[in-house]
Ligand binder design. Structure first.
Ligand SMILES: Nc1nc2c(ncn2[C@@H]2O[C@H](COP(=O)(O)OP(=O)(O)OP(=O)(O)O)[C@@H](O)[C@H]2O)c(=O)[nH]1
Ligand SMILES: [Mg+2]
Length: 393
C-alpha cells in the first residue's frame, strides 16, 4: 500500500472515533513517517475548532496535577479533553512520563480524556517540533479542549504562546524573590496566571506581586477582569523609574510595588523598563494598545491543585479568555495569521530543501562550502550563487 492509501485508511478510522488510530497517527507524526504528511493534509479541513490551552511554568510547580484537575472540571462541563505533555528533558524520560501517568490516573480511565507525552527530541529547550501537528490531529479528532503542558524554558514559552489560544502560567509561592516573575520573563506570555501550592506560605505575596506587575503592563487601563483599584495619586513620587518611558498609569502601580518595601531601586528600575517592553509585546494580544478597546487584563488565581481547590475558577477564566478572543475578532485574526505563518514556513522549508538537494547533486554545494570554509568566498555570495543556479528549477 502507498503511504497515501495507508493515511486514507487511518483517516477513516479517526473519523469514526477510533482512539487506537489516534495513537497510531501521533506515532507517525513523532517519527516523521511519510504517511504523516498525507494524513495531515486530510485532517486539516477538520481543524480549527478546539480551544488550545498551554500550561507552562517551572519544573515541579504542579502543572501535571493541575492539568489533571482542569481535565476533570472540563469533563464536568461536558467537554472532551486531550492532554499533551511535552517533556523537554530527554528522549529517555520514561520516569517522568510514568509519574505523569500516575498523577493523571483520575482522568485516564475516562474515554472523554486522551493523554499523550511527547519527547522534545533534538530541539533543545523548546517544544517538540511535532507538537503543533499532534495538536492538529487531536483537534480534528474532535476534542473540545486541548491542554498542552510544557516546562517553562524561555524557548518553549515563546513557542507555547504561538501554539495555544490561551496560555496559563503556573507559579508557586515563595521562590524567595518577589520579582521572580520579571526575572523569569513570564509576564508577557500569560493570559491567565495561577499561583499553585497556595497551601504554602507566601501565596498572597506572590499573587500581589504579579498583580502589580500586570498593572504596570496594562497601562492602567481597565480590563474586563479587573478595574484598577489604584486611586489617582497627586504628584509624581520619586520613582526609580524616572527617565524610563513608562506607559500612562504605570507610575502608580510602580509606586505600589515600591511600597511593599522589599525592592531595591535597581530592581524597580528594571521592572519599569521590562514592563514597558512587555506592555508593547502584550498590547496586541490583550488589546491594550488603543484606549477604549475591550482589553484583557490577565487574572491571577490561587490553586491547591493537589486538592482541587480553585480549579473551577481557573476554568471560568479560560472560558472567559476564549470569549474575549472570539468577541474581539482575535480568534478569526489568529487563524489568518497562523495560516500565513504556516505557509511561509512550509514554502521556506521546501524551497530550501529542494534547492540544496539540487546544488548537492550537481556537486556545487560541496565546492562552495569548502570555499566558504577556507575564506576564499563569503557565504553571501555563495548563497546567491546557489540560488541563481539551482532555485526553482
Ligand atoms: N503542597 C502542594 N503540593 C502540590 C500541589 N500541587 C501539586 N503538588 C505536588 O507537587 C509535586 C509536583 O507536581 P507535578 O504536578 O508533577 O508538577 P509539574 O509541574 O507537572 O512537574 P514537572 O512536569 O516535572 O515540571 C507533586 O509531588 C505534587 O503532588 C499543591 O497545590 N500543593
Ligand atoms: Mg508535569
Amino acid at each position: 500500500m502507498k503511504p497515501e492509501d495507508r493515511a486514507a485508511e487511518l483517516f477513516a478510522r479517526l473519523r469514526s472515533g477510533d482512539r487506537r488510530a489516534l495513537a497510531r497517527a501521533i506515532t507517525w507524526i513523532e517519527n516523521g513517517a511519510e504517511e504523516a504528511t498525507a494524513l495531515l493534509r486530510l485532517v486539516y479541513p477538520l481543524t480549527g475548532r478546539a480551544h488550545v490551552v498551554g500550561i507552562t511554568g517551572p519544573p515541579g510547580a504542579g502543572k501535571s496535577t493541575l492539568v489533571d484537575r482542569l481535565a476533570s472540571e472540563q469533563r464536568a462541563r461536558g467537554r472532551t479533553v486531550a492532554i499533551v505533555a511535552v517533556d523537554p528533558t530527554s528522549p529517555f524520560s520514561g520516569g517522568a512520563i510514568l509519574g505523569d501517568r500516575i498523577r493523571m490516573q483520575r482522568t485516564l480511565t475516562d474515554p472523554g480524556v486522551f493523554m499523550r507525552s511527547l519527547a522534545a527530541r533534538g530541539h533543545l529547550g523548546g517544544l517538540s517540533p511535532a507538537t503543533g501537528e499532534v495538536v492538529s490531529v487531536l483537534d480534528a479528532f474532535g476534542f473540545d479542549v486541548i491542554l498542552v503542558e510544557t516546562v517553562g524554558t524561555g524557548q518553549s514559552e515563546v513557542e507555547i504562546m504561538a501554539l495555544a489560544h490561551t496560555t496559563c502560567v503556573v507559579v508557586v509561592p515563595g521562590l524567595g524573590d518577589e520579582i521572580q516573575a520579571i526575572k523569569a520573563g513570564i509576564l508577557e506570555i500569560g493570559d491567565v496566571f495561577v499561583c499553585n501550592k497556595a497551601d504554602r506560605d507566601g501565596a498572597d505575596r506572590t499573587v500581589n506581586e504579579i498583580e502589580m506587575m500586570l498593572d504596570l503592563g496594562h497601562m492602567g487601563q481597565p480590563g474586563i477582569n479587573r478595574w484598577p483599584a489604584e486611586p489617582a495619586e497627586g504628584g509624581g513620587a520619586q520613582s526609580p523609574a524616572a527617565g524610563a518611558a513608562l506607559p500612562p498609569g504605570a507610575d502608580a502601580a510602580l509606586r505600589r510595588l515600591d511600597r511593599t518595601g522589599h525592592h531595591s531601586a535597581a530592581d524597580l528600575a528594571r521592572a519599569a523598563g521590562y514592563m514597558t517592553r512587555a506592555a508593547v509585546h502584550a498590547a496586541e494580544r490583550h488589546g491594550t494598545a488603543n484606549p477604549g478597546d475591550i482589553s484583557w487584563r490577565p487574572p491571577v488565581l490561587k490553586t491547591v491543585a493537589k486538592d482541587g481547590q480553585g480549579v473551577e475558577a481557573v476554568v471560568d477564566r479560560l472560558d472567559e479568555h476564549l470569549t474575549f478572543l472570539r468577541e474581539t475578532g482575535r480568534w478569526e485574526a489568529r487563524r489568518e495569521k497562523d495560516a500565513a505563518l504556516r505557509l511561509q514556513e512550509l514554502v521556506g522549508q521546501r524551497a530550501a530543501r529542494a534547492t540544496l538537494d539540487r546544488a548537492r547533486a550537481a556537486g556545487d554545494l560541496e565546492l562552495l562550502v569548502r570555499q566558504v570554509a577556507e575564506r576564499r568566498l563569503d557565504p553571501y555570495t555563495a548563497a546567491d550563487e546557489i540560488l541563481r543556479n539551482h532555485w526553482g528549477r
